[in-house]
Design a protein around this ligand. Structure first.
Ligand code: SF4
Length: 499
């Protein structure tokens, strides 16, 4: 018999090979930060949405080992339906090996409506329709009268004003037409699932389905036979274009060059340096001119931010970038000592005001500030200036004096093969300092990138004191390395232009 949950059905819908690998070779899956963030946001949003229609009952039940107790959830669902409960959360059903839990099952019009909750801000998507169609199929085969199918998503235009209004935060979309269309595919897909799970690993090539709707964690496994480097790591070659070259049999850099497919100067140089050991290219005059635009006192600034699906600070929107930390290295005069300041807010309360005040205290007006990919820092400072008009003049002065340390790399004035197709600080730093353990992000503890910082910071509030201290220490070390990296990069460019 075929045993399938709705998440497995959605995997089949995206790619049968993904379902097979998930079932028989899950150890090959590589988790990515986006998956984890979506999972965390999904849980928070799902819990909150339970109260969307007022009183509700939740039938989630767990076994001693922490796994869901599905038979018990099904039993409780039946019990609540008999009692006439108007809203049942995680209402569970099973039919012939097919299982599903409905986020919100609402009694209406002589039947029951399915409300599927997503932490996304997109009110519809093909995979959401497939997900809900599967639920409707299971419920109808359990003898239920399904009166409506709805998607509950986050309204990105919602602004928190101090009182959380679920009816404004959530947007409810009737997706019945799309679900009806998708219902026509269910039995065909179930037969495909049965065939997939009873056979050998499906021979499915990579394609757009590897990133749509979700980035697949088996990409590394499915592309293991590709030469490296290859077209999928080429600078500014979009995924669809890269796939086209791959299908045309020109995935390797040698083949791309021979076929004359790549026209972009930066991508051509990436290929050239990968195929030939040219060492380092540096346009010293251009770099010197750029460095000449910087002046003392010189500051190096980097923010860390979080994006909460459910806004909790007055005036903020869902998923707004909220800065909670910065690191600041600075040098007061030529040949002067490199000094450091930092700010890390308390996890829980709104961090923005304290951060903005400290920033104004730490960076005087009319000084030269550098950021790496300055659009991000400038954007956050402008938002802080809007939120705190009394600090706006100082903040906008800082913002107006920011220079971008990314410029020499993005403009192609400095390149070596270790940078590959990326000019992010995480790629540039090891390319410039390949053997320096002090500058290796891998040697940090707990926090190695912005996604991890974003995920850990809001959780600190609920950690026991010892864990809290260690998490804060890890955040400070991580952010400090970001601006130390900028100082080192700047120093390296200066040395280069002395010759
Ligand atoms: S990487 Fe692509 S082909 Fe491989 S399992 Fe994932 S979606 Fe399927």
């Amino acid at each position: 018999m075929l045993y399938l949950s709705k998440s497995k059905y959605c995997r089949l819908w995206q790619c049968p090979k993904m379902l097979w690998l998930d079932t028989y070779r899950p150890e090959l899956h590589e988790a990515n930060a986006a998956d984890e963030a979506r999972f965390t946001a999904g849980n928070e949003v799902g819990d909150l949405a339970m109260g969307l229609f007022g009183d509700y009952v939740e039938v989630t039940a767990k076994k001693e080992d922490g796994r869901l107790d599905l038979p018990e959830m099904i039993r409780r669902t039946e019990e609540e339906m008999k009692k006439g409960s108007p809203v049942i959360c995680e209402a569970s059903f099973s039919f012939g090996g097919l299982y599903c839990a409905v986020d919100l099952l609402k009694k209406e019009n002589g039947g029951w409506a399915i409300y599927e909750v997503k932490s996304s801000t997109h009110p519809d998507s093909a995979v959401y329709r497939a997900d809900v169609a599967y639920q409707k199929y299971v419920l109808e085969h359990c003898g239920m009268h399904v009166t409506g199918t709805y998607l509950v998503t986050i309204d990105s235009s919602y602004v928190y004003d101090g009182e959380l209004r679920l009816d404004e935060l959530f947007r409810v979309t009737d997706i019945s037409d799309g679900v009806c269309e998708e219902m026509k595919n269910i039995e065909k897909n179930l037969r495909a699932a049965e065939q997939t799970l009873s056979g050998e690993e499906p021979q499915i090539d990579i394609g757009e389905h590897c990133r749509d709707p979700y980035e697949c964690g088996y990409w590394g496994y499915c592309t293991r036979a590709l030469p490296t480097p290859n077209v999928f790591g080429l600078y500014r070659v979009g995924f669809k274009t890269a796939l086209k070259y791959y299908y045309d049999g020109v995935a390797s850099f040698e083949a791309l060059l021979a076929a004359g497919k790549i026209k972009g100067k930066t991508a051509l140089r990436q290929i050239d340096f990968a195929l030939n050991d040219w060492g380092t290219f540096a346009d010293r005059d251009a770099i010197r001119a750029f460095l000449g635009t910087l002046s003392y006192p010189l500051y190096f600034l980097d923010f860390e931010t979080m994006q909460l699906p459910v806004p909790k600070y007055v005036g903020s929107r869902p998923y707004q970038q909220i800065p909670f930390q910065y690191s600041l290295h600075y040098i007061e005069k030529e040949g002067g000592e490199v000094k450091h300041k930092e700010f890390l807010a308390e996890s829980g309360p709104d961090p923005r005001r304290a951060l903005a005040q400290r920033l104004c205290a730490d960076i005087p007006k009319d000084v030269c500030v550098t950021a790496y990919n300055k659009g991000f820092e400038c954007g956050r400072i402008k938002e802080l200036a809007e939120a705190f008009p009394d600090l706006a003049e100082h903040l906008m002065n800082i913002e107006g004096n920011i220079k971008d340390l990314l410029t020499p790399f993005q403009s192609g004035w400095y390149y070596n093969r270790a940078m590959g197709g990326s000019f992010s600080i995480k790629s540039v730093l090891p390319a410039l300092f390949p053997d320096d353990p002090e500058l290796d992000y891998h040697n940090l503890e707990g926090v190695h990138n912005g996604s991890e910082a974003m995920e850990i910071f809001p959780r600190i509030e609920f950690m026991p004191p010892e864990e809290k201290e260690s998490a804060r220490r890890n955040l400070l070390k991580y952010c400090e390395l970001d601006t130390l990296a900028m100082v080192k990069v700047w120093e390296k460019l200066n040395i280069l232009t002395l010759n």
